[in-house]
Design a protein around this ligand. Structure first.
Ligand code: PEP
Length: 250
């Protein structure tokens, strides 16, 4: 299983980031995380701080966004070369806020996924519907999205793929989507991957849930065989609560 953690743009100050990560590491001393993959996504400018503090731990660091091209004329973007240089190895791609606030197209998201794989890093690709919908409608949306986003990706890379299922209507809310609804989505995503790539690859892709995940959500959903982990946002900004979530998943 995998626990991904995003600061979005909440912790933007060096002093806050150091305090958060040191407190988290203290909390994690008592937890056996050996069977877990952990990926932490600080706000972009704090990647040097996060990689420094986490360098001797099993917590991977990722970027919340990268430039779709390695180096060149993309002013203001963050290069995957820089991320690699700092020792980061995950890239979050296609978050709802990237798509909706910054109008990132599927084509751009697709380029970022290809680049991430080619550079040997692990993409965490976010998908999700914008409103509460029946499972068969969700399946059509996810299938179209995944076919576009994963076009031309060599199958050899897919075992390194993590899909974050994040219903857009459940991000930043008081409560996550209900567990039955989450289970349905994870089943249809696994079905789509099976239809596209066969059962072995489909089973190797991690499908995790994100969108107002808290301790209770994690307890409820992690028991399901199609839920390979959680993507924690605001409710993980308290290191004690985040450690508790990690403990539940471990
Ligand atoms: C997110 O935006 O990816 C996320 C998980 O946020 P939150 O948990 O705060 O809804």
């Amino acid at each position: 299983p995998i626990v991904a953690m995003s600061q979005k743009n909440y912790n933007n100050k060096i002093i806050e980031e150091k305090k958060f990560l040191n407190n988290l590491l203290e909390e994690l001393v008592q937890i056996d995380t050996k069977k877990l993959e952990l990926a932490y996504f600080p706000s972009l400018g704090l990647i040097p701080i996060a990689t420094e503090i986490l360098k001797d731990t099993n917590i991977n660091v990722g970027a919340q966004n990268i430039s779709p091209i390695l180096n060149g004329a993309t002013t203001g973007e963050y290069s995957i070369e820089t991320l690699k240089d700092y020792g980061g190895n995950f890239v979050e791609i296609g978050h709802a806020e990237r798509r909706n606030v910054f109008f990132e197209s599927s084509n751009i998201i697709h380029q970022k996924i290809l680049l991430t794989f080619e550079e040997g890093l692990k993409p965490l690709v976010c998908i999700g519907e914008s409103e509460y919908l029946p499972a068969f409608v969700r399946k059509n949306i996810f299938k179209n999205d995944l076919m576009e986003l994963l076009k031309d990706v060599s199958e050899k890379y897919l075992t390194e793929l993590t899909i974050a299922y994040e219903p857009i209507w459940a991000i930043g809310k008081i409560k996550a989507a209900d567990s039955q609804y989450i289970f349905e989505s994870h089943v249809v995503i696994r079905e789509i991957l099976t239809e596209l790539y066969g059962i072995d690859i489909a089973n190797s892709v991690r499908i995790i849930y994100g969108g107002s995940v808290n301790i209770e959500t994690t307890k409820e959903i992690i028991v399901n065989e199609n839920v390979d982990g959680v993507f924690v946002g605001r409710y993980g900004h308290d290191p004690k609560k985040l450690a508790e979530i990690i403990n539940i998943v471990s």
